[in-house]
Design a protein around this ligand. Structure first.
Ligand code: C2E
Ligand code: MG
Ligand code: MG
Ligand code: MG
Length: 292
């Protein structure tokens, strides 16, 4: 009987998925608490023009800093937020924090364009436009063109017409848009053709391996060409070495971001980094592009 009961229980109750569901619920509650208690911070990773050396912007990347515990990377907690009721509030916090930092730098004479990441889910929520508008309204001295939004998980956009309408409305405010992780997921070409965005970000997985993998190199070249055809800017992420930068320049991709240029850093570290970047400018010594 015991064996039979055990067997029955096993059929009704999958301990593995139950544990996962419980972890998810608990993490979501911790995240809700973290949001209310300002335990998140944005780190900033510079983006540069490989040809002129100019710092063209910074990407805001979320970090969770629970008091007295080590920093937690987004890959560990974003999956819990994604698709939950917290997604809108979380995204709104990111917008407010990114705009506030852009405004602070602007006021300090350190103006730099700030890119924030937004999920396609948040973009499509009815609250999104107001989240964005009120974040900008809190800092009226900041030109909205100093803000860019990198749209994530574009493959999840179901209603293309709705997405286009939202993007157009936001662009009328002056905000710029990029498609993040371009080349991953499905239907990228449809999104590219239809969505009114300014920039394509070549996914770092292709960039990282393009020196050793001809398929990845082909994809990088393809995205660069697509950007040219569709008159979009193109930026490469995951630029880890000088060699990556040199090849990108040769291929006609001037804009780059990656550990080889700088790692994400706290906002307070950025002015000093920019100063020493100007002085060093090793990237300017790269071989010139083959096709200018
Ligand atoms: P992403 O938007 O594609 O950002 C690039 C990620 O690659 C960042 O990881 C960055 O630190 C990392 N990275 C940059 N350069 C290099 C490099 O040269 N080599 C390698 N191996 N990695 C590099 P991070 O900060 O862990 O963020 C991971 C992802 O989490 C982001 O990918 C984005 O999808 C998401 N994310 C980050 N911040 C936010 C946010 O505020 N809101 C939302 N919704 N998602 C965010
Ligand atoms: Mg991004
Ligand atoms: Mg990316
Ligand atoms: Mg990514």
């Amino acid at each position: 009987r015991a064996k039979e009961a055990g067997k029955n229980r096993y059929q009704l109750f999958d301990p593995d998925s139950d544990r996962k569901a419980q972890t998810h619920r608990q993490t979501l509650e911790r995240l809700r608490h973290a949001l209310e208690h300002e335990e998140f911070a944005l780190y900033y990773q510079p983006k540069v023009d490989l040809q002129t050396g100019e710092v063209i912007g910074v990407e805001a990347l979320i970090r969770w800093l629970p008091p007295g515990a080590p920093m937690i990377a987004p890959a560990e907690f974003l999956p819990h937020i994604h698709g939950s009721d917290l997604e809108g509030a979380f995204g709104a916090w990111v917008l407010r924090a990114a705009v506030a930092q852009a405004a602070a730098w602007q006021q300090a004479g350190e103006a730099v364009k700030v890119s924030a990441n937004i999920s396609a889910n948040h973009l499509l929520q009815p609250s999104f436009f107001d989240d964005l508008r009120s974040a900008l309204a809190a800092h009226p001295q900041l030109p909205p063109s100093q803000l860019e939004l990198e749209v994530l998980e574009t493959a999840e956009i179901g209603d293309m017409e709705q997405a286009i309408a939202i993007l157009q409305r936001c662009r009328e405010l002056g905000v710029h848009f990029a498609l993040d992780d371009f080349g991953t997921g499905y239907s990228s070409l449809t999104y590219l053709r239809k969505l009114p965005v300014d920039t394509l970000k070549i996914d770092q997985s292709f960039v990282r391996d393009m020196l050793s993998d001809p398929d990845d190199l082909g994809i990088v070249e393809g995205v660069i060409r697509l950007a040219a055809v569709f008159q979009r800017k193109v930026i490469a992420e995951g630029v880890e070495t000088l060699e990556h930068g040199a090849l990108l320049r040769q291929l006609g991709c001037r804009l780059a971001q990656g550990y080889g240029i700088a790692r994400p850093m706290p906002a307070a570290a950025f002015p000093a980094w920019r100063q020493q970047w100007r002085e060093r400018a090793i990237w300017l010594e790269l071989p010139p592009p083959a096709r200018a």
